[in-house]
Design a protein around this ligand. Structure first.
Ligand SMILES: [Zn+2]
Length: 106
């Protein structure tokens, strides 16, 4: 199965991230964020976690910490400044949407 586009699974999260990027100096990431694929779900097993990988290989070299109203959102970048992972914590809404999406494929 090809990795789904993030915009198909979590369109609202994309808009939230783009909004939160404003004023961080990392606004150019918007183009990447809109084109991300959801490669795999974090398997840490934490109920609080809705993180996911957006690249086949995750090697974090830099992070952009956003300031959402609820929970934690951190964009992980590799050495080439490509987004490889998005850390999502304390966001049951995001977790629910991811679970719904994958349940709908079965
Ligand atoms: Zn996790």
């Amino acid at each position: 199965m090809a990795a789904p586009l993030l915009s198909d699974v979590l369109p609202d999260l994309i808009e939230e991230i783009v909004h939160l990027l404003q004023g961080t100096g990392a606004e150019p990431l918007e183009t990447q964020v809109r084109a991300l694929h959801l490669e795999s779900i974090c398997d840490c097993g934490d109920d609080n976690c809705a993180s996911f990988a957006t690249a086949p290989e995750v090697k974090v070299a830099n992070v952009v910490e956003l300031q959402p109203i609820e929970g934690h959102l951190i964009i992980d970048l590799n050495a080439a400044e490509k987004i490889c992972f998005i850390e999502v914590l304390g966001r049951p809404d995001v977790r629910y949407l991811i679970e719904e999406y994958f349940a709908s494929l079965k």
